[in-house]
Design a protein around this ligand. Structure first.
Ligand code: PTJ
Length: 248
C-alpha cells in the first residue's frame, strides 16, 4: 500500500482508494469496481461526504423494514466486501439477516474468495456459492442466486448496483432497500427505500438504528415504512446537491 500521511487533507478518501485497489489486486473487487468507486466518490463530494438528514431518515426506515421482514438478506458484491465486510457481518447478526454474495462479473473463484473472507471475519453462513436459483428476467450473471437466500427473501438490502436487478427483485414482490450515492441512478429510483449515502457510513448507521428501533412496537415500524415517500427523499437529495453547488 502507498504510504499516505495522516495529515493529507484527503487522507480518508485516499485510504478508501487504497482499500479498493488492494482488494482488486487480491481478486476480490472487479476492475470496473474501481470505476464504480470513482463515480461514488464524485457524488459523495457533492453530498459533503456526510450523512445528510434525508439519508439518516432513509436509514431509519430501512431498519424498520429489516426488523419487520420475515426473511431479510444483505446482498454483497466485491466493492461492499472490500469496504465494509466486518460492518455487514455485524449488521447481519443484529437484525438478524442472511448474507449473500451476488456478483455482476461473476466467477466461481471470486465468489469463493469473497465467501471465504467473510467467513474468516466471523460470518457464520454466507450464501451465494451454490447459486441454485435464478432471478426471473435477468439474463446476466447477477441473476444467479441461492434458493435459501435472495430467491426466497422478502426484503433485500443491496449496495452499489447497476440497476436492473433492483427492478427484477421488485417484480418478484420483494422489498428492496438500496444504498447508492447517486440519486439519479435507476436503482435509486426503483428501490422502495433508497439510502443516498456512502456504504462506509450507511452500514454502521443502519446498525445503530437497529439497536434503537428494536425497542419500538411493530405498528410504529409499519407506519414508518408505509408512510415513506422515496421520490420525495430523492428530490430532497437533488435539491441539496444543487443548493450546495449554487453556494460554492
Ligand atoms: O463485484 P461485482 O462484480 O458485482 O461488480 C460490482 C460493480 C460495482 C462493478 C457493479 O455493480 C457496477 O458497475 O456498478 P455501477 O453501475 O457502477 O453502480 C454503482 C453505483 O454505486 C453508482 O451509482 C455509484 O455512484 C454508487 N457508489 C459507488 N461507490 C459507492 C456507491 N454508493 C454508496 N457507497 C459507495 N461507496
Amino acid at each position: 500500500m502507498t504510504n499516505i500521511p495522516r495529515t493529507h487533507p484527503r487522507y480518508n478518501s485516499l485510504m478508501l482508494r487504497e482499500k479498493i485497489s488492494y482488494a482488486m489486486k487480491k481478486g476480490l473487487v472487479h476492475e470496473t469496481g474501481l470505476i464504480a468507486h470513482g463515480r461514488g466518490e464524485a457524488f459523495d463530494y457533492l453530498l459533503g461526504e456526510k450523512t445528510q438528514p434525508f439519508a439518516e431518515d432513509a436509514e431509519k426506515v430501512a431498519v424498520a423494514a429489516l426488523i419487520l421482514a420475515r426473511n431479510p438478506v444483505i446482498s454483497l458484491n466485491g466493492n461492499v466486501v472490500a469496504l465494509v465486510a466486518k460492518e455487514c457481518i455485524s449488521l447481519s447478526m443484529q437484525v438478524p439477516a442472511k448474507l449473500e454474495v451476488n456478483l455482476f462479473h461473476r466467477t466461481d473463484e471470486r465468489v469463493k474468495k469473497l465467501v471465504n473472507i467473510l467467513e474468516s471475519l466471523g460470518a457464520k453462513e454466507v450464501y451465494g456459492s451454490h447459486a441454485d436459483a435464478r432471478i426471473p428476467g435477468l439474463n446476466h450473471d447477477r441473476g444467479f442466486c441461492d434458493k435459501e437466500g435472495i430467491f426466497t427473501a422478502d426484503t433485500i438490502l443491496i449496495s452499489l448496483e447497476d440497476g436492473d436487478r433492483c427492478q427484477a427483485l421488485k417484480d418478484m414482490d420483494k422489498e428492496v432497500i438500496a444504498i447508492d450515492l447517486n440519486p439519479l441512478s435507476r436503482t435509486a429510483k426503483t428501490a422502495k427505500i433508497t439510502i443516498v449515502d456512502n456504504v462506509i457510513r450507511a452500514i454502521p448507521n443502519i446498525e445503530k438504528w437497529v439497536k434503537v428501533l428494536k425497542k419500538k412496537n411493530k405498528d410504529e415500524l409499519k407506519s414508518m415504512v408505509n408512510s415513506w415517500d422515496n421520490n420525495k427523499m430523492l428530490k430532497e437529495a437533488l435539491n441539496f446537491i444543487s443548493q450546495r453547488l449554487e453556494k460554492l
